[in-house]
Design a protein around this ligand. Structure first.
Ligand code: VGL
Ligand code: ZN
Length: 212
C-alpha cells in the first residue's frame, strides 16, 4: 500500500508568482502557465501552511528591456551580474501583477512581494539577484518553525529555481512539485535549472503523490 502524504507543522507550501502576466495572454506568458492553478488549489488544502510570492515591480524597473531601450530577452550586465531583460511585467497595481483569478488566495498565510527595488531584480523569494539583500523570508520561515518547503508555481527555471536553491542554502529541505510548475525555457534554461537543483540536493515530486 502506498504511504499517503501527511503534511506536518514543519512543512510549508510555497506558491511562486502565479500571476496574470506569467499566464497565457500576460506580458511574460509562460506556456501553459495557467494549468498550475487547479493543481495548486488542490494542493494547498493538503498543507497546514501556505506562503505565496508575488513579483511586484515599479514602472521602469531595471529588469525591463524598455528601461534600457533594449529588446526583451537580451541580457545586460548590471552591477550585480548579468541580467536577462524582460518585457514590462508585474507592474505594481496593474492587472498583470494580480494573482490568476482562479487561484484560491484564502490559504496564503503570507504573501512575499519581491522585485520592488527599482535597480535590482529578485528571482528568489529569499534574496535579491545580488544574492546579498534579503527579503526576510528565511527569518520568517525559521520563526514559524518550518523545515521543509514544497515549492511550485512560475517559472520553474527562474523564480522557482532560485527560491528552491536559496531554501537549501538557508538550511531548509526543498521539494519541487514538478507538475505544479511551468517553465520559460530560454536558451536551455529549463534543463540547466533541473541539473542545478538536483546537484543542490533538491527533491522532485508530483502533485499526485501529495494528494494521495
Ligand atoms: C520571473 C522573470 C522575471 C519568474 C519573474 O517569476 O520566474 N521570471 N520575473
Ligand atoms: Zn519579474
Amino acid at each position: 500500500m502506498q504511504q499517503s502524504f501527511q503534511a506536518t507543522e514543519a512543512d510549508v507550501l510555497v506558491v511562486v508568482d502565479v500571476q496574470n502576466d506569467f499566464c497565457p495572454g500576460g506580458a511574460l506568458a509562460v506556456e501553459r502557465g495557467d494549468e498550475v492553478v487547479p493543481l495548486i488549489n488542490k494542493l494547498a488544502p493538503q498543507f497546514r501552511h501556505v506562503v505565496f510570492t508575488q513579483d511586484w515591480h515599479p514602472p521602469r524597473h531595471a529588469s525591463f528591456a524598455s528601461t534600457h531601450g533594449k529588446t526583451p530577452f537580451d541580457t545586460l550586465p548590471l552591477y550585480y551580474g548579468e541580467q536577462v531583460l524582460w518585457p514590462d511585467h508585474c507592474v505594481q497595481g496593474t492587472p498583470g501583477a494580480e494573482f490568476h483569478p482562479a487561484l484560491d488566495r484564502r490559504p496564503a498565510e503570507l504573501i512575499v512581494r519581491k522585485g520592488f527595488r527599482p535597480n535590482i531584480d529578485s528571482y528568489s523569494a529569499f534574496f535579491e539577484n545580488d544574492h546579498v539583500t534579503r527579503t526576510g523570508l528565511a527569518g520568517y520561515l525559521r520563526d514559524r518553525g518550518f523545515r521543509h518547503l514544497y515549492v511550485c508555481g512560475l517559472a520553474l527555471d527562474f523564480c522557482v529555481k532560485w527560491s528552491a536553491l536559496d531554501a537549501v542554502q538557508e538550511g531548509f529541505l526543498a521539494t519541487v512539485v514538478d507538475d505544479a510548475c511551468r517553465a520559460i525555457d530560454l536558451n536551455g534554461s529549463l534543463a540547466q535549472a533541473r541539473a542545478e537543483m538536483k546537484g543542490a540536493g533538491i527533491l522532485f515530486t508530483q502533485s499526485a503523490k501529495l494528494l494521495a
